[in-house]
Design a protein around this ligand. Structure first.
Ligand code: ATP
Length: 448
């Protein structure tokens, strides 16, 4: 169970193997900011690709966009972020640390026990200035969500895509929130990536679409290979709902610190388009040709975090087992998510083996994320590949020079098969698409 995995193990593996590093580490790091390394960036790209494929590519009712991080300041007035994207904070009168008022149970500073101030509202948006003059009139904000980019472009997208409702607009991009209590590694940071869909529907059909998206989004995590027992849906209570939201569910994951939100799916009614119509003076209603009616569409919003999904996938894939009296750590990623699909490992750095090994590497590179490694013992190289979750390792040995066959080792079962070099690409493609890995004993394969 994930709850039994120590977060420290994940953080240390991420650092050791190049998934995630503390940001600006040589300067001591910057609180709550993290950098994705060569392996982590592949995992993150695969998560975003899987989302884009499911939400945009495989559907004819959703289109994607990519909007700017800085938007007209009125956007945040209309959306309500300037007035209400705030957390009540209390400050310790002695050590001056600030705490979320909701996290404090007994009116005393959790650090030093001193008295606390009355709660004050603290806006979570980062402010900056556009242009050379730092003055109130040039204040802009770093977006705290990508969603407003979809709302303000609703009209543009409807007219240019020539699609009818229901219509979704999707976006993946960076968001910024000056979180008061960031932490738990990449779970809560001040700069993170959102994957958001705004799905516009005819009023009256919203509840059915809401149910559809809650189910769809929950299933997506299972399709990514996450264990069902580590996922659950939680409906928001009336007291938790934003004033405009009709209904909201969170997809939660059993993180080491307990059940926590991975994604929120909300029925936002017509709040967003109505607000933007009011503040911009533009009519954002939609003319429905089928029913000859004009209305302001309702919006269903599934909003997920890339970094939180990456963290949940790392935790879910983390596996320890004992093989031959030794501990083996491996990440059991679903193949499409694995940062590296294949590793080419000549048995040793022997000049006779290198040419064939390089040839195999060159053959695979265009089709698969492939790495080549001929340093250190083969055992150590297998361990490294296991720890980054590479599904298949290809070994080139002296027999390969005779029979032009190589060995494929399966990460999960440790089974090995021999395959002719010319069939390697095809075989790997089939295995990565889910064909079972036959445990053909090596000697049998060699006698063929
Ligand atoms: P939380 O309650 O955890 O602060 P939220 O309800 O404010 O999250 P939303 O505004 O619904 O979050 O954003 C949708 C998703 O974006 C979240 O489910 C999460 O995956 C991700 N997310 C939000 N804030 C952060 C953050 N500070 N760091 C990393 N991911 C975040």
């Amino acid at each position: 169970m994930s709850a039994n995995i120590d977060m420290e193990k994940i953080v240390s593996l991420c650092k050791r193997r190049g998934f995630v590093f503390p940001s600006s580490e040589i300067y001591g790091g910057l609180g709550s900011c993290w950098d994705y390394g060569p392996i982590g960036v592949e995992l993150k790209r695969n998560v975003k690709d899987a989302w884009w494929r499911a939400i945009v590519q495989e559907r004819d009712d959703v289109v994607g966009i990519d909007t700017s991080i800085m938007m007209h300041p009125q956007v945040w007035k209309a959306s309500g972020h300037i007035d209400s994207f705030t957390d009540p904070l209390v400050e310790c009168k002695s050590c001056h640390l600030r705490w979320k008022a909701n996290d404090i149970s007994d009116d005393k500073c959790p650090k030093c026990g001193a008295e606390l101030t009355e709660p004050r509202m603290f806006n979570l948006m980062f402010k900056t200035f556009m242009g050379p003059v730092e003055e109130e009139a040039s204040t802009v904000y770093l977006r705290p969500e990508t969603a407003q980019g979809m709302f303000v472009n609703f009209e543009n997208v409807v007219t240019t895509s020539r699609k009818k409702l229901p219509l979704g607009i999707a976006q993946i991009g960076k968001s910024f929130r000056n979180e008061i209590t960031p932490g738990n590694f990449i779970f809560r940071t001040r700069e993170f990536e959102h994957m958001e869909l705004e799905y516009f529907v005819k009023p009256g059909t919203d509840e059915a679409w809401f149910d559809y998206w809650v189910k769809e989004r929950f299933e997506w995590y299972i399709k990514l290979g996450m264990r069902k027992e580590n996922l659950r849906l939680r409906q928001h209570g009336k007291d938790e709902l934003a004033h405009y939201a009709k209904d909201c569910y969170d997809v939660e994951y059993l993180f080491p610190m307990g059940w926590s939100e991975l994604e929120g799916i909300a029925n936002r009614g017509d709040y967003d388009l109505t607000q933007h119509a009011k503040h911009s003076g533009r009519d954002l209603s939609y003319y429905d040709g089928e029913s000859s009616e004009r209305y302001v569409p309702y919006v269903i919003e599934p909003s997920a975090g890339v970094d939180r999904t990456v963290l949940a996938l790392l935790i879910d894939a983390y596996t320890e087992e004992e093989v031959g009296g030794e501990k083996r750590v491996f990440l059991r990623f679903h193949p499409p998510l694995a940062p590296m699909k294949v590793a080419v490992l000549p048995l040793s750095r022997n000049e006779k083996l290198t040419p064939l090994a390089k040839e195999v590497y060159k053959q695979l590179c265009p089709s698969f994320m492939t790495c080549y490694d001929d340093s250190q013992s083969i055992g150590r190289r297998y361990r490294r590949q296991d720890e980054i979750g590479t599904p298949f390792c290809i070994t080139i040995d002296f027999e390969s020079l005779e029979d032009n066959q190589v060995t494929i080792r399966d990460r999960d079962s440790l089974a090995q098969i021999r395959v002719p070099v010319e069939e390697l690409g095809k075989t790997l493609q089939a295995k990565l698409s889910g064909e079972p890995f036959e445990k053909t004993p090596l000697w049998a394969a060699r006698q063929k």
